[in-house]
Design a protein. Structure first.
Length: 365
């Protein structure tokens, strides 16, 4: 097996194929954190019937899609803006706010720091401590929110730690930030996988606070990263107007807009997904409890962060042992504050989860 020093994203299957000689079709990605049920059955059954939609431009306001999203997240549609994936909306938001100094709660997704830097700002991290099981200490955070900070970035639930901030604690954070003139950007990509979504999501807070924007998408929960459909929720009408003015028209194609309308109404699929993830999250954690030489941190989302306790085994060793069996996990050594003892994997079907856990047992002893 070729030892490779790169660290792979969940979408890097072509690169994996090239380096390891494994066909990408044969790789099960535990790294991408995508719903193991695949796309919505309702979407599969009905999208083809709407193919003629590509003969027309989509509605510039995406009114029908925004109305459907509003019903799904239980908020007024005027508070919703859609974009070509949440990445586009993050970029537009940063371009408009142009934060000079941002504080990012980490370890977390690197795109936040990149966007702040591209906008000419500086980013620093508030470190989630391993000794606190990567949970947030609000009092410590308040001390880090200095007067020259103008943006706080939070992934909730957080990637890769799978820890979450409750809505009650988020309200405290917003109060602190409001007093200090700090805007808060919350990425809720994984919140729909949480056991109690309403306890975690900050969407209801947008009615009361104008210093928060929440980002979501369909890549993970709805298993449709290729559609590039994202949306943001914000109660600040002036900010939404600025984003709309800056945003190019028709950034979402007609089929993606229709697909969004369909999938948000597939209630059976949504319930089945949450049931599967909740069941496997509990079961996998019980099995990890019985496993030697590993430690995990209680997950909220559809993935778990695991620490390797054996000194002679690294995260790359685990990655390569898994890829030999056609399973791709995430080596977390490139995340801020983590090292080559941390891995992350998402919850798949019971059979696939058992296969991955067997690899860990055989390698770690």
């Amino acid at each position: 097996m070729i030892r490779h020093s790169d660290h792979f994203h969940g979408s890097d299957l072509e690169l994996i194929e090239k380096i390891y000689g494994i066909k990408k079709e044969d790789i099960v990605s535990f790294s991408a954190n995508v719903n193991p049920l695949g796309i919505s059955p309702k979407l599969k059954q009905t999208l083809a019937e709407r193919i003629d939609a590509i003969m027309s431009y989509p509605d510039r306001e995406y009114s029908s899609l925004r109305k459907r999203i509003a019903e799904y997240v239980r908020i007024d549609m005027d508070s919703i803006i859609v974009g070509n994936g949440s990445t586009e909306l993050i970029s537009l938001f940063i371009q408009i706010k142009r934060p000079k100094k941002a504080l990012i709660i980490g370890p977390t997704y690197s795109e936040y720091e990149r966007e702040v830097s591209l906008g000419g700002g500086q980013a620093r991290y508030y470190r989630l401590k391993e000794e606190n099981k990567f949970t947030l200490d609000i009092n410590e955070l308040e001390e880090e929110l200095t007067e020259d900070t103008d943006l706080l970035v939070i992934c909730n639930p957080n990637n890769p730690t799978s820890t979450a901030i409750s809505r009650n604690d988020m309200r405290k954070i917003l109060d602190i930030c409001k007093q200090k003139g700090i805007f808060v950007m919350v990425d809720e990509t994984y919140v729909e996988f949480a056991e109690d979504v309403l306890k975690v999501t900050s969407i209801p807070l947008t009615v009361y606070y104008n210093n928060i924007i929440i980002l979501r998408g369909i890549s993970k929960f709805f298993a449709a990263p290729g559609l590039r459909l994202g949306y943001a929720i914000c109660g600040n009408a002036d900010l939404l107007k600025e984003i709309n003015q800056r945003k190019n028209p028709w950034t979402i194609n007609s089929l993606a807009a229709i697909a969004g309308e369909i999938m948000f109404t597939d209630e059976n699929y949504i319930k089945e997904t949450r049931s599967l993830i909740a069941s496997e999250r509990s079961r996998v954690c019980r099995l990890l409890d019985d496993m030697k030489n590993v430690q995990y941190y209680t997950p909220t989302a559809n993935f778990v962060l695991v620490k390797i306790l054996r000194e002679d085994i690294s995260s790359m060793d685990v990655f390569e042992a898994a890829i030999k069996k056609g399973m791709m996990i995430r080596d977390c050594s490139t995340f801020p504050f983590l090292n080559n003892k941390f891995i992350r994997f998402c919850f798949m079907t019971p059979e696939l989860n058992d296969a991955l856990l067997e690899v860990l047992r055989q390698l770690l002893g």
